[in-house]
Design a protein around this ligand. Structure first.
Ligand code: UDP
Length: 463
């Protein structure tokens, strides 16, 4: 099929990873792709690879028709986008869309007119509907979290009608009226729906869901067999395609890490099968010093071997050493502490037998793909709802703590439960079944393969 996908990425690891994989998948099907990173994201990837910005085309080794470009987000490279999250996102909502429109206009005017262009955007982007309308483009929205959360965001009106948003009552209540979504407690909703203040996060999500109703096609990084009912109900509203896990749909290896990844392979090779716990809280979530310290003490008490990927800014307003004094020395024979790992290769190692995770959706998909049971410690955004799916619905993981607070004894107990294999046969059986669903989805005649081809046919009819 002759067509040209214009893809402008969101500069966050959990969004960038599947977006890059979607680009390679589209290109592997013969579609020309222009993939655009922000200059800052590009700079971070180049720095993590220790190569100059100008020398990096992340798709160079992919041998596919993908043109790589960068766009300014309006801030200098040394502007701290995490520290100034509100200012950054206000500008992203207010100023960036017109910048994107100009950029897309330039791409279109310099492209081969025999290749009809179309737009592929992350659902959280603020520009798709405006840009698509301005240039008469087909508008494809890509959702990088479970379909369950898409459906909940999609039905904000129902939450409002039923008095569940803004949240007014402290007590927990059940929500059983979202079409296609299993009953869910208010405490398991995504964090932006549990807060009554309208912060920049609410603005981003609410705006994107006002926009997404104008999309022509919606791609979900989930699997038909994992969320069948939710997806089929969503499909009654808008053209919906489950094409996950896109992360494993091609064999192309494209550099996309925004931080330098420490290679743990040698360390892991020396460890017995299933003996290592991997700990990571993803790329954005921040917690407090006390939680980190309790987890560290819990790791000491548990006696298990572990790799802990702990980012420098994991604790809010604290750039100092957040681990207990002498921790690394104490566990040096069995613990590896680093800032950022090559997570997928860690999880793929036979030595890894458990994952203490914040429940980011990519982390969950990667863990299931590798058959690693999870210990869940959700912090914010989609993570509380993802925890509910993993622990309560799919039963492929356990909670780190069953009460409100994190205590080292409970941490050690939960770690030992999973690492001793005593996490129950039931969890391992369910995990194996879900892993098979994920692996089968991209096999020949697998549901994601079929859905992707169906999407391409429908796209072809529309452009
Ligand atoms: N990741 C990584 N190294 C790390 C931690 C995370 O490469 O030390 C990757 C991980 O494999 C995943 C992504 O970063 O693909 C994080 O996405 P996720 O949706 O799990 O969480 P988020 O960072 O968006 O909260």
């Amino acid at each position: 099929m002759k067509a040209h996908a214009i893809m402008i990425a969101l500069p966050y690891q959990g969004h960038l990873n599947p977006f890059v994989d979607l680009a390679t998948k589209l290109a592997s099907k013969g579609i020309t792709v222009t993939f655009v990173n922000t200059e800052h994201a590009h700079h971070q990837i180049a720095s993590s690879q220790e190569i100059p910005d100008a020398g990096l085309d992340i798709f160079a080794a992919a041998a596919l028709d993908i043109r790589y470009a960068t766009i300014s987000d309006g801030f200098p490279l040394d502007f701290d986008r995490d520290l100034n999250f509100i200012e950054y996102w206000e500008s992203f909502l207010r100023d960036f869309p017109s910048r994107v429109a100009e950029f897309v206009g330039d791409i279109i005017s310099s492209s081969d007119p025999s290749m009809p262009p179309f737009l592929v955007s992350d659902t959280f982007a603020a520009w798709p509907a405006m840009v698509a309308q301005k240039f008469g483009l087909v508008n494809v929205s890509f959702w990088t979290q479970p379909a369950t959360e898409f459906a909940i965001n999609y039905h904000l009106d129902l939450l409002k009608q039923n008095g569940h948003y803004p949240p007014t009552k402290d007590d927990e209540q059940m929500i059983n009226y979202i079409p296609g979504v299993a009953p869910i407690s208010t405490k398991d909703l995504m964090s932006h729906l549990q807060e009554s203040d309208v912060t920049i996060v609410q603005e981003i999500v609410f705006k994107s869901f006002k926009e997404v109703v104008k999309a022509d096609f919606i791609l979900h990084n989930t699997v038909q067999e994992v969320e069948p009912h939710t997806l089929s109900v969503l499909n009654q509203k808008q053209a919906t395609y489950a094409i996950g896990p896109i992360n494993f749909s091609t064999k192309c290896s494209v550099p996309k890490s925004l931080r330098h990844q420490v290679d743990c392979s040698e360390w892991l090779e020396a460890r017995p099968h299933g003996s290592v716990l991997y700990v990571s809280f993803g790329s954005i979530a921040q917690t407090n010093r006390q939680v980190i310290q309790e987890i560290a003490h819990g790791l000491v008490v548990s006696g298990v071997s572990f790799i802990w990927a702990i980012r420098p800014q994991i604790v809010m307003d604290d750039d100092g050493d957040v681990l207990p004094c002498g921790f690394e020395e104490n566990v040096k024979d069995r613990g590896l502490v680093l800032q950022w790992s090559d997570q997928l290769s860690v999880l793929s190692s036979p030595a890894v037998g458990g994952f203490l995770t914040h429940c980011g959706w990519n982390s969950i998909l990667e863990s299931v793909w590798c058959g690693v049971p999870m210990i869940c410690y959700p912090i914010l955004y989609d993570q509380p709802t993802n925890r509910k799916l993993v622990v309560d619905d799919w039963k492929i993981g356990i909670n780190l703590c069953d009460g409100e607070s994190v205590g080292k004894e409970e941490v050690a107990e939960k770690i030992n439960k999973v690492m001793s294999g005593e996490a129950s046969d039931c969890i391992m059986k369910n995990l194996k079944e879900m892993r098979t669903k994920l692996h089968d989805a991209w096999k020949e005649n697998g549901s994601s393969q079929i859905n992707f081809d169906r999407f391409l046919r429908d796209l072809n009819d529309k452009i």
